[in-house]
Design a protein around this ligand. Structure first.
Ligand SMILES: Nc1ncnc2c1ncn2[C@@H]1O[C@H](COP(=O)(O)OP(=O)(O)O)[C@@H](O)[C@H]1O
Ligand SMILES: [Mg+2]
Length: 287
């Protein structure tokens, strides 16, 4: 069997609000700054592969892995990177054997965090401190995805760093660290992220000792490579009494000029326009 030729053109046509298609002209490169399902989960990336358009950021597999907290943690753990202990179950298991599911959560301790496997923006995430609160938290998470994770609640600082792929043959670069300082809230929830609710401060650069920063940068690079990321990623950690634990890897992190990813690069000496240029050049070099 012969693999069909890819027949995409580099002209992108979109359908306007009035239903009439119009062309955006020939496209050199796509920067898919999209969040969530269909945006950063590998589907748009797969579509771009099919139409043969080069794009910034991770490909299909790393995008899907990064979107799914269970599979991210599985790959990171296999690479020897610490993650919070977790239990994963499906909507079907919860519907048919809720007592068994609840029994399996006992070893995680209290508080625990309940989350949808694939969501983001803290949507559907709850902190659970008493066993009778699991029910509502699991239902909330199941409203977002058919797979749920329950994790040991970690005590520590939330620190993150930004990874940038280098031109071929060079190791990815890692920025200085940023910190989400949680003061007046339970955790970094949706209201704090998007509704400007008080009790959270984003600090960059975070106050870390040089050896802590270099350990964190090394772990971020390893996480990036373990998931097979490309282009860029933000790697989020908890700095606990037992050291760094990776919480998640965002393959398309927030990208407004005040978001953590560009702020971490600015604090590392790379301006916003320079950062965008780098990302485009790296994607062009790859295509
Ligand atoms: N295991 C955990 N221990 C302590 N805090 C947690 C844990 N998991 C999540 N959180 C808190 O919940 C927030 C959102 O969870 P996260 O896993 O980052 O989901 P999202 O993909 O929606 O950002 C985190 O930024 C952190 O404040
Ligand atoms: Mg997060």
């Amino acid at each position: 069997m012969r693999w069909p030729e890819r027949v995409g053109s580099r002209e992108l046509t979109v359908v306007g609000e009035d239903g009439v298609p119009f062309t955006l002209g020939p496209i050199d490169i796509v920067f898919p700054i999209l969040h969530g399902r269909f945006g950063e989960d590998g589907t748009v990336q797969g579509m771009l592969e099919l139409v043969d358009l080069p794009y910034v950021g991770s490909g299909v597999l790393a995008s899907s892995l990064g979107m799914d907290k269970h599979f991210t943690k599985t790959v990171l753990q296999a690479a020897g990177i610490a993650v919070a202990p977790w239990v994963r179950f499906t909507a079907h298991e919860w519907a048919t054997a809720p007592e068994e599911v609840l029994a399996s959560l006992g070893s995680l301790g209290s508080p625990a965090f309940v989350k949808p496997a694939r969501a983001g923006s803290s949507v559907g995430v709850s902190k659970v401190s008493t066993p009778d609160a699991f029910h509502a938290a699991i239902e909330l998470a199941l409203a977002e995805d058919s797979t749920v994770l329950v994790e040991t609640g970690l005590v520590g600082r939330e620190v993150e760093c930004a990874v940038l792929e280098s031109l071929p043959g060079e190791a990815p670069r890692v920025s200085v660290a940023g910190e989400v300082v949680v003061t007046g809230r339970d955790f970094y929830d949706f209201e704090a992220k998007y509704l400007d609710a008080p009790g959270i401060e984003l600090v960059c650069p975070a106050d870390l000792r040089p050896e802590q920063l270099s350990e964190m940068q090394d772990l971020a690079r390893r996480a990036f490579e373990a998931l097979g990321c490309a282009g860029l990623a933000r790697v989020d950690f908890f700095l606990t009494a037992d050291g760094f634990v990776v919480n998640e890897v965002n393959t398309m992190p927030g990208f407004t000029p005040i978001s953590m990813f560009p702020s971490c690069w600015l604090a590392s000496g790379l301006s916003y326009p320079e950062l965008i240029t780098e990302l485009i050049e790296v994607a062009r070099a790859r295509s």
